[in-house]
Write a protein that binds this ligand. Structure first.
Ligand code: FAD
Ligand code: DHB
Length: 415
C-alpha cells in the first residue's frame, strides 16, 4: 500500500519567548527527511520526486558554499545513466568530456589503459560542482523543498517514529517523517546519532594527502595521467577544454599556505614530466586545497528508520575516482528500496538496502585501495616499493590485468 504524500502543518507557530533566541516551534510532516544537500542528498531528492515520494532536504551550509567545494571530476557510465533517468543530464551531455582511457606515468614513460578497447565502456569528465548545480536547479524547478543554512539538525527516535529538528533564523522547526536519509557526509550528524556499538567500523588512514590546484589554462594532456614518481604521486586532470585540475601527494601535516603556485607547479612538473606539464605551469591557481586520504566503511547502513548513504557511510581514497560514483549508486538503491516499500509494503526492500550497497562499496574500496597502493610513495618500505614496481610492470604487460583495471575504473554494474 502506498502511503499518501503528506506535507501538513500539524500545528502552526506556537509560543515564542522574549529572550534573544526566539523559540517558536513549527511542525511539519513529510515522508523522507534528507540530511545533506551534497550530490547524494540532491540526487536522492530527484529520484524520490520521480517516484512521487515527498522529501525535505536539510543542509547546514548555504548553496554558494556547497557549490564552492571543488571535489570529484570523473563519472562512471552508470552514474550518467542515473542522471539521465532523473532528467538532469542535458548540460552534462553537452559539456562533459568522454574519455576512452587513462595514462599511467612510471619511470619516465606513459602507459595507456584503453577502457573502450578493453571493456567497451568510457567515463565522463564533469565536475562534481557542475553536477551539484544541475541538481540544485532541477530541484528548484520541480518545487522540491530544501532548507539551506539549517542549524543544529538533530535526529529523534530514528528507531521508531522519526522526527528531525533544526533551527533557521532563530526559529526551531520539527519535521515528523517516515524515514531519515543520512546523506550528510563523513562529518555529518546522522552517523554520529547512532551509538557506536550498533555498527562495525572498518578504517585505514594513509600517511599522506592530496594537494589540489584548479587553474584556468588549456590542458595539454588529452586524458588523465596518474603518475607514480620517486618524488610521490601526481595526477593531471581537467574540468573543461580551458581548465585543469592537478594534484600532488603531500605530507599529512602540510599546510596550503606553504605551497605557493610556483612551488606546486615545480613539484608537479618533476613528477608528471616536463614534456606535458610545461605549458600549464605558469597559470595562477584559482583554488588550492589539501584532502587527507582514508578508507572507511560502516556496517550496516540501516538503523531502524535511518539510512546512511554516500560519504556518511564510507570514504575511499580519491585515487580510483569512486567516492561520488558510490554516492550515486547508494541513493539509487535507496530510492528503489523506498519505492518498493511504499508501493508494495513490507520491510523486505528496506532490509536488503545495506547488503545491496555494501557489495558494491567493498569492491570500490578494494579498487581504490589497490590504485592508492600502486601509485603513491610509502617511504621506508623497500619491500612495498619492489611489489609496487612488479605490480605496475605486470599491469603494463598483461592485457588481463589491464582489463581488470579498466572494468573497475569505468564502474561495476549497479545491480
Ligand atoms: P558530501 O559531498 O560531503 O555532502 C554532504 C552534505 O551534507 C554537505 O553539503 C554538508 O554541508 C552537509 N552536512 C554535513 N553535516 C550536516 C549537518 N549536521 N546538517 C545538515 N547538513 C550537513 N569522487 C569520485 O567519484 N570521483 C572523483 O574524481 C573524486 N575526486 C575527489 C577529489 C577530492 C579532492 C575529494 C576531497 C573527493 C573526491 N571524490 C571523488 C569524493 C567525492 O567528492 C565524495 O565522495 C562526494 O562528495 C560524496 O557525496 P555526499 O553527498 O555523500 O557527501
Ligand atoms: C579527479 C579526482 C580524482 O580523485 C581522480 O581519481 C581523477 C580525477 C579530479 O578531481 O579531476
Amino acid at each position: 500500500m502506498r502511503k499518501s504524500p503528506t506535507h501538513v502543518r500539524r500545528s502552526g507557530s506556537s509560543a515564542s519567548s522574549t529572550t534573544s533566541e526566539r523559540r517558536v516551534i513549527v511542525n511539519t510532516r513529510t515522508q523522507v527527511v534528507i540530511v545533506g544537500a551534497g550530490p547524494a542528498g540532491l540526487l536522492l531528492g530527484q529520484l524520490l520526486l520521480r517516484e512521487g515520494i515527498e522529501a525535505i532536504i536539510l543542509e547546514r551550509r548555504s548553496p554558494e558554499y556547497v557549490l564552492g567545494r571543488i571535489r570529484a571530476g570523473v563519472l562512471e557510465q552508470g552514474s550518467v545513466d542515473v542522471l539521465d533517468l532523473v532528467g538532469v543530464s542535458a548540460r552534462l551531455h553537452k559539456e562533459g568530456l568522454i574519455h576512452d582511457g587513462v595514462e599511467i606515468g612510471f619511470r619516465g614513460a606513459r602507459h595507456r589503459i584503453a577502457f573502450k578497447q578493453l571493456v567497451g565502456k568510457t567515463v565522463t569528465v564533469y565536475g562534481q560542482t557542475e553536477m551539484t548545480r544541475d541538481l540544485m536547479e532541477a530541484r528548484t524547478a520541480a518545487g522540491g523543498a530544501s532548507v539551506y543554512e539549517a542549524e543544529d539538525v538533530t535526529l529523534h527516535d530514528w528507531a521508531g517514529s522519526p522526527r528531525v529538528t533544526y533551527r533557521k533564523n532563530g526559529v526551531t522547526h520539527e519535521i515528523a517523517c517516515d524515514f531519515i536519509a543520512g546523506c550528510d557526509g563523513y562529518h555529518g550528524v546522522c552517523r554520529a546519532s547512532v551509538p557506536a556499538d550498533r555498527y562495525k567500523k572498518f578504517e585505514r588512514e594513509y600517511p599522506f594527502g592530496w594537494l589540489g590546484v584548479l587553474a584556468d589554462v588549456a590542458p595539454p594532456w588529452g586524458e588523465l595521467i596518474y603518475a607514480n614518481s620517486e618524488r610521490g604521486f601526481a595526477l593531471a586532470s581537467l574540468r573543461s577544454p580551458t581548465r585543469v585540475r592537478c594534484y600532488v601527494q603531500c605530507g599529512v601535516g602540510e599546510r596550503v599556505e606553504d605551497w605557493s603556485d610556483a612551488r606546486f607547479w615545480s613539484e608537479f612538473k618533476l613528477r608528471i614530466g616536463v614534456d606535458v606539464a610545461d605549458e600549464v605551469t605558469h597559470a595562477p591557481s584559482i583554488e588550492k586545497s589539501i584532502a587527507p586520504l582514508r578508507s572507511f566503511v560502516v556496517e550496516p547502513l540501516r538503523f531502524g528508520r535511518l539510512f546512511l548513504a554516500g560519504d556518511a557511510a564510507h570514504i575511499v581514497p580519491p585515487t580510483g575516482a569512486k567516492g561520488l560514483n558510490l554516492a550515486v549508486s547508494d541513493v539509487f538503491f535507496l530510492s528503489e528500496a523506498l519505492r518498493d516499500h511504499y508501493h508494495e509494503g513490507g520491510e523486505q526492500p528496506l532490509d536488503q538496502y545495506s547488503a545491496r550497497c555494501l557489495r558494491r562499496i567493498w569492491k570500490a574500496e578494494r579498487f581504490s585501495w589497490w590504485m592508492t597502493r600502486q601509485l603513491h610513495s610509502f617511504p621506508g618500505d623497500a619491500f612495498a616499493r619492489r611489489m609496487q614496481e612488479t605490480e605496475l610492470e605486470y599491469l603494463f604487460d598483461s592485457r588481463a590485468a589491464q582489463t581488470s583495471m579498466a572494468e573497475n575504473y569505468v564502474g561495476l554494474p549497479l545491480s
